[in-house]
Write a protein that binds this ligand. Structure first.
Ligand code: AMP
Length: 146
């Protein structure tokens, strides 16, 4: 596939199913345009994915307005997630195309809180313990509630 070609959007992809409530996730935030939940294979504690409700495979398939909304939510959530887990910084990642490391073909942005001296695990590595994810989600939601 050429660089600028975008794969067809599959409405049965795993994130589309989460949006429809067909499979569970550790949701921390939702509005009319986006949803955020914990990554099941977190690189660090609090690793969150923000996804669009607009069906788009990647950054090049989303409308400009949809991208604005997505990034506004990333900007809003990242500092609060950072505070909730006591991190020192935040890495924002976004992959386009399988060659670039994208494994789920529904546009999403990774928010990865970073603590000084704590190693960052590999991308899409080990599955986290469900109870630990649930506890982290509660911590983050408490901060989001203010
Ligand atoms: P990417 O490689 O950028 O497409 O990232 C996809 C991410 O989705 C990876 O970090 C996976 O760990 C994560 N992921 C895959 N399945 C699930 C799931 N059921 N719940 C939460 N995160 C998931």
């Amino acid at each position: 596939m050429a660089d600028n070609d975008v794969a067809a959007y599959d409405p049965q992809n795993i994130f589309a199913k989460m949006l429809k409530g067909e499979i569970p996730c550790h949701k921390i935030y939702e509005d009319g345009d986006t949803m955020a939940f914990l990554d099941i294979m977190p690189r660090t504690e609090g690793h969150t994915l923000v996804i669009t409700k607009e069906p788009a495979v990647d950054l090049f398939a989303i409308s400009a307005q949809g991208l604005d909304k997505l990034m506004a939510v990333v900007q809003k959530l990242a500092p609060q997630i950072k505070a909730a887990v006591g991190a020192d910084g935040v890495m924002i990642q976004q992959f386009n195309g399988e060659a670039a490391g994208q494994t789920v073909l529904h546009l999403h942005v990774h928010i990865v809180p970073i603590k000084e001296g704590v190693p960052v695990k590999p991308h899409a590595g080990d599955m986290a313990n469900a109870d630990e994810l649930a506890a982290t989600a509660e911590k983050i939601k408490a901060v989001l509630k203010g």
